[in-house]
Design a protein around this ligand. Structure first.
Ligand SMILES: *[C@@H]1O[C@H](CO)[C@@H](O)[C@H](O)[C@H]1NC(C)=O
Ligand SMILES: *[C@@H]1O[C@H](CO)[C@@H](O)[C@H](O)[C@H]1NC(C)=O
Ligand SMILES: *[C@@H]1O[C@H](CO)[C@@H](O)[C@H](O)[C@H]1NC(C)=O
Ligand SMILES: *[C@@H]1O[C@H](CO)[C@@H](O)[C@H](O)[C@H]1NC(C)=O
Length: 378
């Protein structure tokens, strides 16, 4: 029998803009929320719907602007969170200057389970679409850096001078022709972190190499297929430059979906469908997204080939009756447009229930099967 999921809106609406979300070992939901700070909610479940029995502000926002990411150390004792400028446990890392636009405020963080002393921080661009400064590794932009938590300076690390680069990136036209339906967004597999590696960090290709999506609408597309590195300016490099100098995405997403959150479905009790175990769930808050998609995995990597346009499918989506080009999608923009579903942070609890935030409207949702736990089956 096909599993039926239901989207519940029964969690308290947060007052501001909930962004990233984690669950601690006691099942408390911890959010980074712009305007609120870091807040913890204690949910209590009845059949399928939780009620929030306690709300605690762990770190008040106080103008820090928690727009970004939050993660827990593998022992569950320390919360790491980022703002556009800082990564905090105490202050761990500084030097991630804010971008002037809403698109540039995310600073994803992660600590790998098998490397609990390493904190990864992603810093994106300072301008929307093309930020040429990312072409130079020394600019410390458009990259993921690793920081050693066992050896931290008293006043924290500086993102621009410290850290080990784990991966980095070096109105859009191609050879002067404006692009529609391109470039696609990317799902990259960056490999395992190895502190002793001497090979150069993988480079997904930005700002020179983008991702081909709708090849039939591209000029000079003979050598391109979905996911191939797409050069915007052939006078600077030729297309083979991308194959030689960057890693291609493992899966490509539709243009302007802006993947922002990812969670792998590996619950202790896979009560939400065994066929989904191991899959990645990705939030796509961008103007063409307003959705959460599933990227099915097989043997530890996406099941679809890299040139497939069908490497993912919708899991939570916006009704086709909504005109998505009227959605307000940038968090800090003046509130014009309608408040559409804009999923950002997502996390599964041990039972495989999916919680996610929608930052534009400041909501938290939970997705679960539409039947009580004890009727579990496939
Ligand atoms: C937080 O955001 C507000 C509004 O955009 C801005 O005025 C303020 O400078 C930001 N605070 C920091 C620490 O960047
Ligand atoms: C970035 O580089 C491209 C290609 O060289 C160029 O066309 C564009 O004007 C540059 N953008 C900025 C903001 O410098
Ligand atoms: C791809 O581009 C072609 C040519 O512009 C267009 O006709 C087609 O509808 C596009 N396909 C999709 C899936 O957007
Ligand atoms: C959707 O909204 C845009 C922007 O307001 C408008 O140009 C377009 O015609 C609308 N599309 C439909 C199908 O109503």
């Amino acid at each position: 029998m096909k599993t039926v999921f239901t989207l519940f809106t029964c969690l308290a609406s947060l007052t501001s803009h909930a962004r990233d979300i984690v669950i601690d070992s006691c099942g408390n939901l911890i959010f980074a929320s712009l305007g609120d700070g870091i807040i913890a909610l204690k949910p209590e479940w009845n059949d399928v719907c939780p009620t929030i029995v306690e709300t605690k502000v762990l770190v008040p926002d106080d103008g820090l602007n928690f727009t970004s990411a939050i993660t827990l150390s593998p022992d569950g004792k320390t919360i790491f969170a980022t703002t556009p400028q800082l990564a905090l446990a105490k202050v761990v890392v500084t030097g991630m200057a804010p971008g002037p636009v809403a698109e540039a405020i995310s600073r994803a963080v992660a600590i790998p389970q098998d490397n609990p002393d390493v904190l990864f921080i992603n810093r994106g661009l300072d301008t929307p679409d093309i930020d040429n400064a990312t072409a130079f590794i020394d600019n410390s932009k458009g990259m993921i850096q690793a920081f050693d938590l066992t050896n931290m300076p008293a006043d924290g690390y500086d993102y621009t001078t410290d850290g080990t680069v784990f991966s980095w990136a070096d109105g859009i036209t191609r050879n002067g022709v404006p692009l529609t339906d391109n470039p696609g967004d990317e799902f990259n597999c960056l490999g395992k972190y190895d502190a002793f590696s001497t090979s150069p960090p993988p480079n997904p290709g930005y700002p020179f190499c983008h991702t081909s999506w709708n090849v039939s609408s591209l000029p000079d597309s003979a050598d391109l297929s979905i996911g191939t590195g797409l050069l915007l300016d052939a006078s600077v490099h030729v297309d083979s430059f991308c194959a030689e100098n960057s890693i291609p995405p493992r899966i490509s997403f539709l243009t302007h979906t802006a993947p922002l959150g990812i969670a792998f479905y590996k619950p202790e009790t896979p009560s939400s469908g065994k066929d989904l175990v191991g899959s990645a769930f990705v939030s796509l808050p961008g103007p063409a997204g307003h959705s959460i998609v599933v990227v099915p995995f097989k043997d530890g990597e996406p099941a679809a080939p890299a040139d497939s346009g069908k490497g993912y499918y919708d899991f939570v989506w916006t009704s086709p009756s909504v005109n998505k080009s009227q959605c307000r999608s940038a968090l800090l923009q003046a509130p014009a447009g309608i408040g559409c579903l804009s999923p950002v942070g997502l996390v599964f609890d041990k039972r495989g229930r999916l919680y996610f935030t929608a930052d534009v409207t400041g909501e938290v949702f939970v997705v679960t099967k539409d039947q009580p736990e004890d009727c579990s089956g496939d």
